[in-house]
Design a binder for this molecule. Sequence first.
Ligand code: NDP
Length: 274
Amino acid sequence: MNVDRYAVIGNPVAHSKSPLIHTAFAKATAQSLSYERLLAPRDGFAAAVADFAAQGGKGLNVTIPFKLDAFALVREKSERAESAGACNTLAWRGDHWFGDNTDGAGLLRDLTVNLSENIAGRSVLVLGAGGAARGILQPLLGQRPHRVVVANRTHARAVELATRFTPYGAVASIEPRALAGSRFDIVINATSIGLNSQVPRDLWPDGMFASAALAYDLVYANQKTPFMVWAAEQGAAKTADGLGMLIEQAAESFLLWRGVRPETAPVFALLRGG
Ligand code: NDP
């Protein structure tokens, strides 16, 4: 039987939860499709994508380190991919790839729907200025926060990002150490310090969390991440990891490919349980 083929492409990719998520979405929405993992050589992204299309592949999720390569490869792209300068989703359009970026929409939905967080009028700090930060700034600014401040270890990258996103709203860059004395309602860790590294306490000052602040880590795990532990010690009232964002960005990709937006709560429960 011929079913539509989808995959997540990355390097490494073995850890990806995307096959589990999309298989669950397909089942819940009665869509007939297959979803696999594609490990591409670091210098072989374009060839692997072309090969997948030649085999009838309909869509790809793109993960580390290929989001910029995906942006460079596509002929047509969404406005949110354009503003991020990166693609995490590709859809085959008969004779070319369409590129989208669903990371920001995924974060926004997790913050505003799943976590019932209000962004309008609030102060938001984004730690990090890599690919993930680029994908989330426009959707955050679209919510009309009081301000978004970007702080990154390599300050020049934060400056570049803030400049790029100034047309979308109140965004500024700041040296991490100059954050001392500032307080934020929502602090988002978009760095790759991940699960095995320590929070850079020499770089990030104490006392950045306003009362009732949410600390949100883009990384996810079965236990609290180092950033979540640190944020709670620092007085953050609420902490969350990025599993909800992962599932919500996948639902956006699924919508683009299949024209139906799956329920995400059952998949969240499935992954949290397992
Ligand atoms: P990048 O490699 O593009 O960027 C990494 C960022 O982390 C840079 O700003 C870098 O600073 C900073 N950084 C790295 N190490 C340190 C450190 N020791 N101290 C302070 N800053 C540091 O990664 P991405 O932006 O693509 O991804 C960031 C994280 O977000 C990853 O963990 C990824 O898994 C996660 N993510 C989660 C998603 C989800 O759906 N939940 C979606 C997308 C990403 P510098 O510029 O100085 O090098």
